[in-house]
Design a protein around this ligand. Structure first.
Ligand code: UDP
Ligand code: MG
Length: 311
């Protein structure tokens, strides 16, 4: 059996078409399946539409008490999924169901995961693409245990064992792109083109993407903290040599007119660098605080009656 996990947040315009296209594909390949729609606190008609689908016993739903974010929605779906294979996909048809047969055919004894890579990214601005490129570079250079392929998406099919490994990671603030990669296993990548969202609009703003990138880096590395030591050392060394230079100059040439400009600049630079690193340290402490509180990643308000979690 194959489980489909579909996070949904205000997708009333796409859902009917999505469900229709997905079920059509699934009937054509003759496999048993379940579709789990995870309603992430939509305030449009999405939940009602999903409940209607659930008349079909193969379609199930989970509904959150509020919007918890796609990461939480994916986590809930994975937890409740029962299939030997699990496919994660978006509801907005940027992940075309018609690709599923091809993806399924790539799964074999040596391939545990089939993931998709988006090529020819043209739906986003040049500036955004530049930022994305830099993100992958920093992430791969600093991240411990992760090597992300640029353009990799959440649209993927995984064997049960891989899903269990993903669920065994207990962190609350989840950066799935990293986690999917961190657990390892043999992954085959399929290149797909950049499908445009058919209806509705993306929930992402530029700042969200920026925050998401920072989140990824902080979740998988402590390199930003090491940077403080590195920069601190360099600044101290410069200070030391400058002091030496002043001392010699004073001894050899006599007393100099003190330059307040130098002091002001140094104060600003050092003060600024100090604050930046306090902020970085703060980000890590904030995360520790969040994890220690150990709040659930989501709260389920309602779900299909036949959805039970074994674990
Ligand atoms: N989504 C969600 N919770 C959110 C935001 C998005 O479950 O808070 C869902 C959304 O309904 C869609 C998928 O996650 O099925 C991807 O969202 P979106 O298309 O907005 O992201 P993009 O494709 O632009 O990266
Ligand atoms: Mg989308």
């Amino acid at each position: 059996m194959i489980s489909f996990v579909v996070p949904v947040y205000n997708e009333e315009d796409s859902l009917n078409l999505f469900n229709e296209r997905l079920t059509r594909v699934l009937h054509s390949i003759d496999t048993s399946y379940e579709i789990i729609y995870v309603d992430d606190g939509s305030y449009d008609n999405s939940l009602n539409i999903i409940k209607n689908f659930a008349n079909d016993s193969k379609v199930k739903f989970i509904s959150f008490s509020r919007n918890f974010g796609k990461e939480s929605a994916m986590l809930a779906g994975l937890k409740f999924s029962k299939g030997d294979l699990v496919c994660v996909m978006d509801a907005d048809l940027q992940h075309p169901p018609e690709l599923i047969p091809q993806m399924l055919s790539e799964i074999d004894d040596n391939t545990d995961v089939v993931a998709t890579i988006r090529i020819n990214r043209n739906s986003t601005s040049k500036f955004y693409n530049f930022g994305a490129k830099k993100f992958y570079k920093i992430m791969n250079r600093t991240g411990k245990g992760v090597k992300l392929t640029p353009g990799v998406q959440d649209f993927r099919i995984m064997k049960r064992q891989v899903v269990e490994s993903i669920l065994s990671l207990n962190e609350k603030r989840r950066f799935s792109k990293g986690i999917f990669n961190w657990v390892g296993y043999n992954t085959k990548y399929i290149e797909i083109k950049d499908y445009k969202r058919l209806r509705g609009k993306t929930k992402w703003k530029f700042m969200d993407s920026f925050r998401y990138g920072i989140d990824g880096i902080i979740s998988f590395s402590t390199a930003p903290l090491d940077l403080a030591i590195f920069l601190g050392t360099i600044l101290s060394a410069i200070g030391f040599f400058y002091a030496l230079y002043i001392a010699i100059k004073t001894l050899v040439l006599g007393k100099d007119v003190p330059g307040f400009a130098t002091i002001v600049c140094l104060l600003l630079i050092i003060g600024g660098v100090n604050l930046i690193f306090l902020g970085i340290i703060g980000s890590y402490i904030g995360r520790i605080y969040e994890e220690v509180k150990n709040r659930p990643s989501y709260i389920i308000k309602e779900k299909s009656e036949d959805l039970f979690k074994d674990n």
